[in-house]
Design a protein around this ligand. Structure first.
Ligand SMILES: [Zn+2]
Length: 252
């Protein structure tokens, strides 16, 4: 850019006085500018190298130590400080708090591996609030089943479970669906065959299947025939009023 300003400046590289046409000009010539640039890049490389060496020394110091601060311990196992503090809070990793200092013994970190449980694949947990869960006691009361059976059902059908304060909670929807399908309810005395439903409600087979699945109608199989609880179908169709629920609602 052509400029008509003339400023007398001192070259930052050779110290010669020169006339600059821009305020930002720092060197008298291209040569001086290049030399200054080379030195600057070299210094940057040296400082980067020094930082790397320092980190290595720090890490080595860390390994040689028997006791760590939380930051050192986090660095030692290669996790973030925040994650490490979470492990401390849940007592996954032992620590000793001395007034304002928290100390971790290297041996305790290593000891975690001695009694480590086998690797388990993390199953994605359904995002549900705790109100969408039954406690085992609730499942027992509602469906009259034993603990071992609930455990078995949950495991076999991969029903999402969560553990909180020493209690097991099972997904309400999945438990209800399971028992609805099972229809072990001895109170169900009357049943519709698919043919009955086709005639009574003028429904196609496809419509029936989607209807019973959507409304979780209890069903039973006799040979190749499938029957659906008359009472539940009639309630879902709005022909009769639903009964009051026999079970209580869980208050967290
Ligand atoms: Zn110069």
């Amino acid at each position: 850019m052509a400029s008509n300003i003339n400023i007398q400046k001192k070259c930052e590289w050779c110290g010669k006085l020169f006339i600059a046409h821009k305020i930002s000009t720092r060197y008298c010539s291209r040569r001086c500018a290049n030399l200054a640039y080379k030195v600057k890049t070299r210094q940057k490389r040296i400082s980067e190298f020094q930082t790397m060496i320092n980190q290595q020394i720090e890490k080595k110091d860390c390994i040689d130590k028997d006791f760590f601060t939380p930051s050192e311990a986090a660095k030692y196992i290669g996790i973030s400080r925040t994650t490490f503090y979470r492990y401390l809070e849940t007592n996954l990793i032992k620590s000793v708090q001395l007034k304002r200092k928290t100390i971790i013994r290297k041996r305790d970190i290593e000891a975690l591996f001695d009694n480590a449980s086998p690797y388990k694949k993390h199953l994605p947990r359904a995002k549900q609030s705790i109100t969408d869960f039954y406690t085992t006691a609730e499942v027992k009361e509602k469906y009259g089943v034993k603990d071992s059976r609930i455990f078995h059902i949950a495991k076999e059908h991969n029903i999402s479970r969560t553990f909180h304060c020493g209690k097991t909670y099972c997904s309400k929807k999945h438990i209800d669906d399971y028992f609805a399908k099972k229809a072990h309810d001895p109170e169900i005395k009357e049943w519709y065959s698919t043919q009955d439903m086709q005639e009574k409600f003028s429904m196609t087979l496809t419509a029936i299947y989607s209807f019973v699945s959507k409304n979780a109608i209890p069903k039973k199989k006799v040979g190749i025939m499938v029957y659906y609880s008359k009472k539940h179908v009639d309630i879902a169709k709005g022909l009769i009023a639903p009964e009051e629920p026999k079970y209580y609602t869980f208050q967290p």
